[in-house]
Design a protein around this ligand. Structure first.
Ligand SMILES: [Fe+2]
Length: 368
């Protein structure tokens, strides 16, 4: 037996978390770069909370709010040029996976200021980076507790993780930021976190330590399942909102140990070609992957998430996400890409080949 577990991010989770831990921000430097999307951080109050905390300790900041969904290498390089010109010495990513993943890549590239974008995918290059603080405002990516940064690679018409593992130094988690988020985003991201939990559990790299986290996450996810059927979270309690965030963080800690598996591997070309959200693209394949898994693993997941069978899970996901149709052509591209990705194929603890993927597709069609 040979197990390891590594999760170096300091995590605080509580109501008014940024305000209560404002002092920690002053440890990272004198000028921060706040990295976020166009508007949500302003709407949910997280941007204001961060500004107030920085002002309290006289820390300057520059705002880069041009991060698109599925951020591209080009956007990362544009932000890095701003960061270098402004002389920032740490990065704060606020938002969903896109700003947090981008913040990690930007922090890497500011540090290596003489390198070009090929550095991101250079497996032999060193991974020193500016300190990164992550503040999640959605409940799916878990990027605040992983070293992963997934970027869009337009040249290859897909997405891919950079070759560097960049864990945030600090994650500040506050469920309040979910309260006014559109329910479609909550549903999409919560299904992404379910995928992370299941793909980490059904994984050749899973260990008793990673399963401690995925089991806790699956139990927490079951408790918030019914919230996803609501039309909004306006009347949700802080404890419910915190559970949504916690399920996502447990899922992040799980995939930080194992990485994701087949549904994520199939999802990347679907997201790229059809512009379907990440949660929906992964959720489309999840139940068929669970159905294909060894019985013991499948039953464990279904028991913890309280679904009768894989079809029941598929209908739940389909009903809340309103799946967009995925063409046969795109499914074939997804299959081809997955079958050429040895790392993803080997992540499944059972045989995955073209015919297994075809039967997964058949199950999905028969459940639709
Ligand atoms: Fe994901």
């Amino acid at each position: 037996m040979n197990f390891s577990f590594f999760m170096p991010t300091r995590v605080y989770e509580e109501e008014n978390c940024i305000k209560k831990h404002a002092d920690l921000l002053s440890q990272f430097g004198k000028k921060a770069m706040i990295i976020t999307g166009k508007s949500s951080a302003r709407k949910n109050g997280s941007y204001e909370d961060v500004c107030n905390a920085l002002n309290l300790y006289d820390i300057k900041h520059v705002l880069f709010d041009d991060i698109e969904e599925n951020p591209s290498i080009e956007t990362v390089m544009k932000a890095r040029n701003v960061g270098i010109a402004e002389g920032v010495d740490f990065c704060i990513g606020i938002g969903g996976g896109s700003p947090m993943d981008a913040a990690k890549a930007i922090a890497l590239m500011i540090y290596h200021k003489d390198s070009d974008a090929t550095y991101l995918y250079d497996a032999k290059a060193t991974s020193e980076h500016l300190p990164v603080i992550c503040i999640p405002t959605t409940c799916g990516t878990g990027s605040e507790v992983t070293g992963v940064s997934v970027l869009t690679i337009h040249e290859k018409k897909t997405k891919g993780s950079i070759k560097h593992r960049i864990f945030p130094e600090l994650a500040l988690i506050d469920g309040r930021y979910l309260k006014h988020a559109p329910i479609s985003i909550i549903r999409n991201t919560a299904i992404d976190s379910l995928c992370h939990l299941c793909e980490s559990y059904i994984n050749t790299k899973s260990t008793p330590y990673s399963r401690m986290c995925s089991d806790a996450g699956l139990k927490t996810w079951k408790d918030i399942k019914s919230l996803l059927l609501e039309d909004s979270l306006e009347s949700a309690s802080y404890s419910e909102l915190a559970s949504l965030m916690r399920a996502s963080a447990f899922a992040g800690i799980s995939i930080a140990q194992t990485a994701t598996s087949i549904p994520h591997g199939l999802s990347y070309p679907v997201t790229y070609n059809l512009n379907i959200s990440h949660g929906m693209a992964c959720g489309y394949f999840l139940s068929a992957f669970i159905e294909a898994a060894p019985e013991e693993l499948k039953q464990h997941i279904l028991y913890l998430t309280d679904f009768k069978d894989a079809k029941d899970m598929h209908f739940f996901i389909k009903d809340i996400l309103h799946f967009m149709p995925i063409s046969d052509d795109t499914l074939q591209i997804a299959k081809k890409e997955l079958c050429s990705n040895q790392t993803k194929l080997q992540s499944a603890p059972f045989l995955i080949n073209e015919s297994v993927i075809d039967s997964m597709y058949e199950n999905i069609k028969s459940w639709s």
